[in-house]
Write a protein that binds this ligand. Structure first.
Ligand code: PEP
Ligand code: MG
Length: 583
């Protein structure tokens, strides 16, 4: 097959070389794993048994039709029985299990997706609508399958199969952040999606898993075919499909070079992050789940600067974590960090992190009932989370961080709710640290422009550059069509960041950056020059940033940063930031 290259938005460092695994959107809702050779026929049997069960179900429905039922009802059941007997449902998915080793559910939804695409192209409206019937039949089969015990587990135990899985890159139209997290236990080595932005939460999770990925690779899922060899250059956002042997060799060499560089960096783990002139910097980790504390410590983090607690809630609308379950998770993170501070951000649900992806979303979800707005509208849920966080404060140094504040009354209400949660704990004779610090995310321009309101009442600030850029430049961080406008070096952004750092320090409180800018080594010196002393980022980025800090000298950085902040010339700013890197 001829080689071709696709360009998208770079997401994370590293190069992945593997076989394409096309993920149908519906496949994300069902289990998907590869079945070992020796279990393939049993898996085929499992699907056949489910199909037979649905045949019996339809027959019973037919037999139990009341005499006066409209004739359409009987005809409807007949159509479903016919669809179920058609080889496109009764045979093709079996071939997928045998050929691709997919589990039964995955094979069925893959086949349905392919059929749906064919139906979309039919001109006859009546026939086109039969697509819904096919989906309904498939849903009946899936329901039976989901009630049956899977015969083969994701880890095959077969070295050849496992090696194959370890080489798979996922190609999908889109992947939600919650679905992305599901991949953390699997051996997929890279991701490519048709849509998405560099700072969407899906991209953020890919970075935190340290998996090479490219998003916004328009039409990748229709141009790339199952099992194609694919190279993902996560740093350039380039995807090479069916590469020549020469190109493959070059990328393998680059992979090895990157591995060697990482090994070298790991020697810095215990080195304090201090600039050449002796300025000490605190390097903190961003985590999604308590398990991420392992990699954070491994990278030598001084603590957790951002625990995105919403990842404990996503996809669990029907089964929300209780206060005890949350407490247990927060306590795990706090004890894992062994006395280092753990900054737990309260629930930032909404926008591209919905609690329930199937529920109605607002017209402009990023501007809607998100984060603290949502929490203040659900006081019982908020109080429960605050109690759980406070209880965990007995096990180490916990800090509470409130996202998306912009109004004075939101600050007051949040602080009042924290006091209420403390009172409830006292009443219940439960222990907590009464001195837990409370901080505000500065991620809405209105907040950055009314800092006195914040510094008076908060113990610390943390700048969320991802949203600060989104809301200042009025571009959806998830929308790849405006991704080219997402510019951290826009003078307006630089001003808001530097004003926030200066205001916090003048008031004597800590200011961190926990947005993706903090982990971008190209911007480390610029942030140092603005006075930033607390950087919070994915553990995977921490040592590269530390290396940059060790090689930096404030004496040369500060004057050039001041010049950059006075400039309104975007090209001049970009050149000067580049010059900072090479000083
Ligand atoms: C930010 O907005 O920069 C941030 C750190 O929060 P999130 O990316 O989770 O919105
Ligand atoms: Mg944010």
């Amino acid at each position: 097959m001829a080689s071709f290259t696709l360009h998208g938005i770079p997401v994370s460092r590293g190069i992945a070389i593997g076989r394409a695994h096309l993920l149908a959107p519906a496949a994300l809702d069902v289990k998907h794993y590869l079945v070992a050779e020796e279990h393939v026929e049993a898996e085929v049997q499992r699907l056949q048994t489910a199909i037979a069960a649905v045949h019996r179900e339809l027959q019973t429905l037919w037999n139990e039709l009341p005499k006066d039922a409209p004739t359409e009802l009987g005809a409807f059941i007949d159509v479903h029985a016919l669809i179920l007997s058609d080889p496109m449902i009764s045979e093709a998915p079996l071939d997928i299990i045998r050929g691709r080793h997919y589990n039964a559910e995955w094979a069925l939804v893959t086949q349905i997706e392919e059929l749906s695409a064919q139906f979309d192209e039919i001109e006859d409206a009546y026939l086109r609508e039969r697509k819904a019937d096919i989906s309904q039949v498939a849903e009946r089969v899936l329901k039976v399958l989901m009630g049956s015990e899977p015969l083969a587990l994701p880890q095959t135990g077969n070295p050849a199969e496992d090696e194959f899985m370890a080489q798979m890159v996922v190609i999908a139209h889109d992947i939600s952040p919650a679905d992305m997290l599901k991949f953390r236990d699997r051996s997929f080595i890279g991701f490519v999606t048709d849509v998405g932005g560099q700072n969407s939460h899906t991209a953020i999770v890919a970075r935190s898993l340290d998996i090479p990925a490219a998003v916004g690779v328009s039409q990748a899922s229709s141009l790339i075919e199952q099992d194609d060899w694919v190279i993902i250059d996560g740093e350039a956002g380039v995807v090479i499909v069916s590469p020549s042997a020469l190109v493959l060799e070059q990328y393998r060499e680059r992979q090895l070079a990157a591995l060697r560089a990482r090994k070298k960096l790991s020697k810095l783990k215990k080195t304090p992050a201090v600039t050449k002139d002796g300025t000490a910097i605190t390097l903190l980790a961003n985590i999604e789940l308590p398990d991420d504390c392992g990699p954070a410590l491994e990278a030598g983090a001084n603590g957790v600067g951002l625990f995105r607690s919403e990842f404990l809630f996503m996809g669990r609308a029907a089964n929300m974590p209780s206060e005890d379950e949350q407490f247990e998770q927060y306590r795990r993170a706090v004890t894992a960090m062994k006395g280092r501070p753990v900054t737990i951000r309260t629930l930032d649900i909404g926008a591209d992190k919905p609690l329930d992806p199937t529920e109605h979303t607002a017209l402009n979800p990023a501007l809607g009932l998100r984060a603290i707005r949502y929490c203040l509208s659900e006081p019982q849920l908020f109080l429960m989370q605050l109690r759980a966080i406070l209880r965990a404060s007995c096990y180490g140094k916990v800090r509470i961080l409130i996202p998306m504040l912009s109004h004075a009354f939101e600050i007051d209400q949040s602080l009042a709710m924290i006091e209420q949660a403390k009172a409830q704990l006292r009443e219940a004779n439960m222990k907590f640290d009464p001195g837990v610090e409370v901080g505000a995310m500065i991620e809405i321009p209105a907040a950055a422009l009314s800092l006195p309101m914040f510094v008076r009442k908060m113990n610390f600030l943390s700048i969320g550059t991802n949203d600060l850029i989104q809301y200042t430049l009025a571009i959806d961080r998830v929308d790849y069509e405006v991704a080219h406008l997402y510019n951290p070096l826009h003078p307006a952004i630089l001003h808001l960041i530097s004003m926030t750092i200066a205001a916090g320090h003048k008031a004597g409180i800590d200011v961190a950056v926990c947005g993706e800018m903090a982990g971008d080594v190209k911007l480390t010196r610029l942030l140092l020059g603005m006075g930033l002393r607390d950087f919070s980022m994915h553990p995977a980025q921490l040592l590269s940033v530390k290396q940059e800090i060790l090689n930096s000298d404030m004496g040369t950085i500060v004057p050039l940063t001041r010049k950059i902040l006075r400039s309104m010339d975007p090209d001049g700013i970009a050149d000067a930031v580049l010059a900072l890197q090479t000083m």
